[in-house]
Design a protein around this ligand. Sequence first.
Ligand code: CO
Ligand code: CO
Ligand code: CO
Length: 308
Amino acid sequence: MDENTLLGVGDDAGVYTFGGHVFVHTVDFITPVLNDPYLWGAISTANSLSDVYAMGCKPLNALAVVGFNNCDLEVEVLQEVMRGCVDKLREAETVLLGGHTVDDKEPKFGLTVTGVCERGRYLTQKGAQLGELLALTKPVGVGILTKAIKEGKLSERDIPHAVENMLKLNNRASELALEFASSCTDVTGFGLLGHAYNIARKSGVRLAIEFSSVPVYEESVLLVKEKIYPKGAVDNYNFVKGSLKNEGLDFWQLLLLSDPVTSGGLLFTFPEEKKPEVEKRAKELGLELWIIGKVEEGEGLRVLLSQT
Ligand code: CO
Ligand code: CO
Ligand code: CO
């Protein structure tokens, strides 16, 4: 920390000011989520850029972080990963400046990203106000799907909707959030409940989440009921369980809400009276948006099946 550090460890990205500009910095890398290396590269890139979008900022440039073993995998595999990365960065109008590779038995790919706060305002996890609504821009249940793919129970061709969503940048969601949100984060490895808990804790409020309003993949529901889910879902649930008031959800529903997400959507709170405007703007941006709960007095989380 120095006098130029505006925000240190603990939010989606660090914020640093220099020469009158405000920059955000973040790093993220993941193991393969799909069998197709091009798609993995593109999804990992969207995932790494997501923290910058969660702050309401614009990514400028990136460096690749690569773990790869030349004996286990053909170099063409890495070339495909890089091709997916560069295509996705181009879509985000972000340049790749370089990177670093280490020998690694378990492949890993990701990016460090530098972004800039263009509009003089950036979003953090702190700032949710009582009575506000909680919105989410992509479905959950991705970790369950990728676990099933790894076990050979499912192919990426079976879940085009989930692949499409993981490939989707959070740039337009970021635009919407910057316009209306009081607090914002992206849903990734800690699952919906884990990331919602971060907003609640930092803002000093409680978030109530209605299960029936949360978008989930149909396949994830079937799989989790067959007890196919990643260990991370249980770890995430155990992490929030002490701060969670459960009003009627079964364990599989809690696991679904705790399931680790790769390249998930933005989760943000906004004033209730702005609801028509937010929904109108989301439509203009071609963005899916679900209102899944609200901000209330208290701390931690409350989960319920349905409001009615
Ligand atoms: Co994040
Ligand atoms: Co991150
Ligand atoms: Co180097």
